[in-house]
Design a protein. Structure first.
Length: 186
């Protein structure tokens, strides 16, 4: 791996896989990922809140892990995969199961914090596959986000619904696979 010295006098080309597509843009060495995504790439779903990593509005996935974009330099993601809230919906614009549950439960009001919460939740649900979390676990996961509109109850309900549905679907898939194996051995 070649080390590149970033200098403040120059813009540097940053290449990422953004929501499954290769994207490039120039950045100053100290440009934050939030600014690069919003102002250089046009991915405006990533919101800038506190700019101190406290509110969680800027949360994105970097190589599949939820991270605060306001605490990450654009240069740090060069050559990596970055997923933003724009990548949750399908190419055709169909909302993900998580987004649909947020809509169904009215888990957003002003919507400012919602992209970051969706991204953290997406990462967290992927990490806890195979089980349904307790409500307190969901609340603990959400504790890294500041939402002043919802009181968290509808957000928790939406996350719990998605976790349960995914668990049930995995159980059905496993049961179907088991039945297929048993019928092939018959």
């Amino acid at each position: 791996m070649t080390t590149v010295k970033l200098t403040k006098e120059n813009l540097h080309q940053i290449s990422v896989c953004l929501n499954g597509r290769d994207r490039q843009g120039a950045a100053e060495p100290r440009m934050l990922l939030t600014d690069w995504l919003r102002h250089r790439i046009g991915a405006t779903g990533t919101h800038v809140g506190c700019e101190h990593g406290i509110c969680g509005a800027c949360t994105v996935l970097i190589d599949g892990v939820a991270q605060r974009a306001c605490l990450t330099l654009a240069a740090q993601v060069d050559g990596r995969r970055v997923d933003t809230v724009e990548g949750l919906a399908s190419e055709e614009g169909e909302l993900s199961d998580l987004q649909q549950a947020f809509k169904r439960h009215h888990a957003l009001q002003c919507g400012f914090c919602t992209p970051g919460i969706l991204m953290s939740t997406s990462d967290w649900l992927n990490r806890i596959q195979g089980r349904v979390p307790h409500e307190q676990e969901v609340r603990n996961m959400l504790s890294g986000h500041l939402c002043r509109c919802t009181g968290y109850a509808p957000i928790v309900a939406a996350v719990m619904e998605v976790a349960q549905n995914r668990y049930d679907q995995r159980g059905q898939a496993t049961s179907s696979e088991q039945n297929d194996k048993e019928s092939s051995h018959a």
